[in-house]
Write a protein that binds this ligand. Structure first.
Ligand SMILES: Cc1cc2nc3c(=O)[nH]c(=O)nc-3n(C[C@H](O)[C@H](O)[C@H](O)COP(=O)(O)OP(=O)(O)OC[C@H]3O[C@@H](n4cnc5c(N)ncnc54)[C@H](O)[C@@H]3O)c2cc1C
Length: 404
């Protein structure tokens, strides 16, 4: 058997786990089907908990050299009235903000860090088509689109929400259904970078504006499948609705030249009920697709990678069989995932779906008014936003070496 770990997918989960395994002295090959990391709107939020992981690796200063903007508070505007709802300034971390950095820069950073270790190999433009099995049904490698068979002592499925590996290994998926999709696009802005994130709710419309220094990244929430209706109604109707919701940005809205500038994220909320089988472990979106509510997808994917390496890197480095340990990732992470998905489902059903349904009674609910009046409550909300439901500590070995 090849002694390498095969990680399928060079996203946040795959590259972070690849880096941690290589750091522990475990030979690892990461397969990424694309030739580069350049895809817009993949999700750019790097939470304080993720920044703290970089601090633990001694990489915080280096990662913060990537150009980024910072978000340290959140506001909601309902029918023109503005409510401050979350304040991250009291988090128990040095970095008390969400760093907004292009995901491709973050992935490139992780890949470059990984390449410093001789045990790390990244194969770009290499699609994996499925898992391979030995005579006992244990996963013992992967097949590549070229037809090549790549044997591995452990396969990590980090190939995202449409994972082919989990399908080929028949891991059971539970679909929790998300009633929304999100359209992403840029709106030009004037002036300096702000440090907040504003959700804007109008009659039948909901948008989130993320201040990205020289532009706003806009997430426009629509009912599931609503993109088709927007395409049918055409660009002018879309711009009219948007200008109605964001009157202060009407000149920027007018500059949207084509609906091609508007990308659709088909929101999924699901999870595998079993994340593993002998020889295979799923993590990140491949194990649980998160809603964009709270922007926690990257954070949760990276934390899965940390826990997986904490559990497996030491034993793998010693040549031990990882199979008896594989169930422990799910056992460790399950409650946090389930709780966060429950929070996201409540937000879908109680906030977003009613906002999209419209109706005449568009008023801020009482809890929102109370929240905005009390700083302590806003800080508690900031804690939930910044920390999610806890954070992980890196305990996987670094093979007794300094960073090469
Ligand atoms: C439009 C959009 C906006 C988002 N916004 C946010 C946000 O603001 N904040 C946030 O935290 N999260 C956001 N997310 C979610 C976030 O991007 C994911 O939760 C996170 O990237 C999950 O990381 P991952 O490594 O598990 O999976 P992914 O990031 O999906 O990475 C999987 C990787 O595997 C590769 N791959 C897939 N199949 C194969 C194969 N067969 N062979 C080889 N490689 C393969 C893919 O090319 C990809 O690079 C957003 C997602 C989308 C699509």
């Amino acid at each position: 058997m090849n002694d390498r770990v095969a990680v399928v997918g060079g996203g946040p989960a795959g590259l972070f786990s690849g880096l941690l395994f290589a750091r522990a002295g475990v030979p690892v090959t990461v397969f990424e089907k694309h030739g580069d990391f350049l895809r817009d709107f993949r999700g750019d939020t790097v939470h304080p908990t993720t920044l703290d992981l970089f601090r633990q690796l001694g990489l915080l200063e280096a990662v913060l050299e990537i150009p980024h903007s910072r978000i340290d508070s959140m506001r909601i505007r309902i029918a023109g009235e503005v409510f401050a709802v979350a304040d991250l300034s009291a988090l128990p971390f040095r970095e008390r903000y969400i760093a907004m950095m292009p995901q491709w820069d973050l992935l490139k950073f992780l890949a470059d860090e990984g390449r410093r270790y001789p045990e790390f190999e990244l194969r770009m433009s290499t699609a994996v088509t499925g898992a391979t099995f030995d005579g006992d049904g244990r996963v013992d490698g992967v097949t590549l689109a070229s037809g090549e068979r790549f044997p591995a002592r452990l396969v990590i499925a980090a190939d995202g929400r449409r994972s082919v590996i989990r399908d080929s290994a028949a891991l059971p998926l539970e679909d929790l259904y998300a009633p929304i999709d999100v359209l992403w696009f840029r709106l030009e802005k004037a002036g300096a970078a702000g440090e907040d994130l504003t959700a804007v709710i109008g009659r039948g419309h909901f948008a989130v504006l993320i201040d990205r220094a020289d532009y706003f990244q806009c997430a426009y929430v629509v009912a599931k499948g609503g993109r088709t209706e927007i395409d049918d109604a055409g660009l002018d109707a879309f711009k009219a609705d948007l200008a109605d919701l964001l009157p202060e940005l009407a000149p920027s809205v007018a500059r949207i030249a084509s609906l091609d500038e508007v990308k659709t994220l088909s929101v999924r909320l699901d999870r595998l009920t079993t994340w593993h089988r002998p020889g295979l472990l799923a993590l990140g979106d491949a194990a649980h697709a998160m809603s964009p509510v709270g922007g926690v997808g990257i954070n949760f994917a990276v934390q899965d990678a940390v826990v997986a390496a904490n559990l497996l890197a030491g034993p793998l480095a010693l040549g031990e069989n990882p199979d008896p340990l594989l169930h422990r990732l799910q056992a460790d992470r399950w409650r946090k995932i389930v709780r966060m998905q429950a929070v996201q489902k409540i937000a879908h059903e109680r906030l977003l779906a009613p906002a999209l349904a419209g109706g005449d009674d568009l008023r801020a609910p009482l809890p929102l008014r109370v929240l905005s009046r009390h700083r302590r409550l806003r800080r508690m909300a900031g804690r939930l936003l910044g920390l999610g439901l806890g954070h992980e500590t890196i305990t996987s070995p670094d093979a007794g070496r300094r960073r090469p």
